[in-house]
Design a protein around this ligand. Structure first.
Ligand code: CA
Length: 237
């Protein structure tokens, strides 16, 4: 049984979510503030995270804290706001998805299933039909760096071990599967985020900056994760 951590301070909504999620076969942990969210997140399979929370930390900060702790649990943010800016902020903070209140229960459950499935797909190292032929590589090694795509454990350019986020790993995997070829930003959005057209390409650039900090001794003069002006990026070992 998958465990969903629900972080929601509006009592009627929280209780309704718990009822519906339990009905759909999930175990539910319910908290109404950021502090409890951080203490309860360990072991959860997915987090439903409200943006506006009482106390000092909002949902964006909680998402960032969860990722800082190298926890790759899928996070779906819930918000009354529907600004594109907020959506991007949420995804930049490390969330995987963003739903605007009021949301449709069926849509929430469908997205939840999707994220849990992708998580499982990822852990089993991609026996997805469309990728079966290319998904055989479970590690990538270059220039002293190393990535294990099953555990998401990586070794950076200083030789230090750390944990990649799921999306960071998916980006490196896309690089690996297309080694030497130019990958347009839009393709990253499509394959890593599954949302072509709804996100700004700046999201991709932010992730690239992060990846370079991990894997490039001099991120300003990259030797592996190369920019292709006006188009996207290219990876060479
Ligand atoms: Ca709230």
């Amino acid at each position: 049984m998958s465990t969903v951590l629900v972080v929601e301070d509006e009592a009627h909504l929280a209780v309704g979510l718990r009822f519906n999620l339990e009905n759909a076969g999930y175990a539910v942990r319910l908290v109404d503030n950021g502090e409890d969210a951080l203490s309860q997140v360990e072991g959860a399979d997915l987090v439903l995270l409200d943006v506006n929370l009482p106390g000092g930390q909002d949902g964006f900060e909680i998402a960032r804290e969860i990722r800082k702790a190298h926890n790759i649990v899928p996070i779906i943010m819930l918000s009354a706001r529907n600004q594109k800016e907020d959506r991007i902020r949420g995804l930049d903070a490390g969330a995987d998805d963003y739903l605007t209140k009021p949301f449709d229960l069926e849509e929430l459950l469908a997205r939840l299933r999707g994220h849990l499935r992708r998580q499982v797909w990822h852990r089993r190292d991609g026996d997805d039909e469309s990728e079966a032929s290319e998904a055989s590589a479970t590690t990538l090694e270059f220039d002293g760096c190393r990535i294990d795509f099953r555990s998401l454990e990586a070794i950076d350019h200083r030789g230090e071990g750390f944990q990649l986020s799921w999306k960071e790993a998916m980006m490196m995997r896309l690089f690996l599967e297309n080694e030497g070829e130019v990958i347009p930003r839009a393709r990253f959005l499509e394959e890593v985020w599954g949302e072509p057209g709804t996100l700004e390409t700046r999201t991709v650039d932010n992730f690239i900056m992060r990846l370079r900090r991990y894997f490039e001794p001099d991120p300003k003069k990259p030797r592996h994760i190369l920019s292709v002006r006006g188009v996207g990026y290219r990876f060479v070992r």
